[in-house]
Ligand binder design. Structure first.
Ligand SMILES: [Zn+2]
Length: 194
């Protein structure tokens, strides 16, 4: 676990598994949007890093990768519909049905080992983790938590995150990346003005 936790490949910290997953399309909607799920190995790596099965997550194949990307875009459409004044019911049927189908699949199950450590198991960890984040997105859009989904204030970032701060005034998807970048920028412009 050491290498992946110290230097994670994929961005996390959006506050919800489904929102972290949306971030695998970096700078969504911008001219330089970047696909992070470039091949089946990248999908498996995301599941290992971000899903509950951890290193037990197996491999993915090309078919799964294509389905995983389709699910991601359906979840994105669903979350946008959930945030809109019309609510999640305004999500187009094909997207809603796709997320529903994934949410109906088996999800990872927990078990305690003799040392008292919790492990999550699934016959197909990739599919099960996708099912888990599909369920997470349904829960998100149908609960009050959708009102706390924000756009990152960093103009070069298009990430959505769940603002769980008590005052509800969190501005950046992550303090490490966008928050620090914004602070440095502010410092630079203050220095230039003086
Ligand atoms: Zn951001």
């Amino acid at each position: 676990m050491t290498a992946t936790t110290e230097n994670p490949r994929f961005r996390q910290g959006a506050g919800r598994l489904c929102l972290d997953y949306l971030r695998t399309l970096r700078r969504r909607g911008m001219p330089d949007a970047t696909e992070e799920l470039t091949d089946p190995a990248a999908l498996a790596a995301w599941v290992r890093q971000c899903g509950p099965c951890g290193s037990a997550a197996g491999a993915a194949d090309a078919g799964q990768l294509a389905e995983a990307r389709r699910l991601r875009e359906a979840v994105h459409t669903l979350v946008l519909a959930g945030r809109s004044p019309q609510g999640p019911g305004s999500c187009p049927a094909p997207d809603r049905e796709l997320v529903n189908r994934w949410a109906a699949l088996p999800v990872p199950t927990p078990g305690l080992d003799p040392a008292g450590r919790l492990h999550w198991h699934a016959d197909d960890p990739v599919a099960a983790t996708l099912a888990l984040l599909a369920r997470d997105s349904l829960d998100l859009v149908s609960s009050a938590a959708i009102g706390r989904v924000r756009d990152c204030a960093c103009p070069e970032c298009s990430a959505l995150f769940s603002d769980t701060s008590r005052p509800g005034n969190r501005r950046w998807c992550s303090m490490d990346e966008c928050g620090n970048r914004a602070k440095k920028k502010a410092l630079r412009s203050r220095a230039a003005a003086s």
